[in-house]
Ligand binder design. Structure first.
Ligand code: CO
Length: 151
């Protein structure tokens, strides 16, 4: 089911999200809905608070594939990249954001199993952007210049 994507100004986007503790059907439905909502919106990533649920879960869709990261935490962040970013919760805007070029995270899948992954370049940017959402941070807090998006 496609869920409504909450827009900047909604308090839920500023919450520190709670860890996921139950790897149950409710989490599965949330993730299925987040994937459908992300595909519909043609975005690169979506965090649970963006559909109004303040828990530590994000989905990412990049060239490397589709990923679900539950309770993700950084192991390390390396390098630097500067590039354009937007957000499905900040419609019609874009900004230039400095991010690490390579990150490693630990995370759980929807069953609760633990994994790690290294993300580079745009994948790393998407991971950093989505993990920020879990701490109530929007890219506009970090962007050097916010402008109207070209599309
Ligand atoms: Co965003």
């Amino acid at each position: 089911m496609i869920r409504e994507i909450v827009q900047v100004g909604a308090p839920v986007l500023r919450e520190t999200c709670k860890p996921v503790e139950r790897f149950d059907g409710e989490l599965g439905r949330l993730l299925d809905d987040m994937k459908e909502t992300l595909l519909d919106a043609q975005g690169a990533g979506l965090a649970a608070p963006q559909v109004g649920v303040p828990v530590r879960a994000v989905v990412v869709l990049v060239d490397e594939g589709y990923f679900e990261f539950i309770n993700p935490v950084f192991v390390w962040q390396k390098g630097e990249q500067v590039g354009a970013e937007g957000c499905l919760s900040v419609r019609g805007k874009a900004g230039t954001v400095r991010r690490p070029s390579k990150v490693k995270i630990l995370f759980q899948d929807r069953k609760g199993d633990k994994y790690s992954i290294v993300a580079r370049d745009f994948f790393a940017r998407a991971v950093c952007h989505e993990l920020d959402h879990l701490d109530g941070i929007l890219y506009t807090d970090k962007a050097e210049n916010i402008r109207d998006a070209e599309d």
